[in-house]
Design a protein. Sequence first.
Length: 121
Amino acid sequence: MNFERFRAIQAENAELCERKNRVYGDRSLKRFGAVGIVVRMMDKAERLATMVVENKVSGGPVTRRIEIDSIIDAFRDMANYATMGQMFEEGTFDEPEVGHEPNARGRNRRRVGRRSSRRAP
């Protein structure tokens, strides 16, 4: 496997994800979390399967009116959804607040000024 190209594709996908996030935002992703991402991945997988089958049957590239529905773009979207799903499960989807850092499980925790729940003896 060509891992140099693999890493390049991951970098390209991250740039794509950032562009789409600037345009569409991530409010609905945050609202439904990993479950919503799984639903989007299932929908994308159905469209991808249809495009791949149509491509194999026709013997050439699928012509679609909307560029975003291309086979490669669908694979890229699925890769990004998988990464976002992993981030939701790790608790690292949101950027850490100022004064917070991720703990071992990826959850944000306060670095300074946090009160201890322990009482003095």
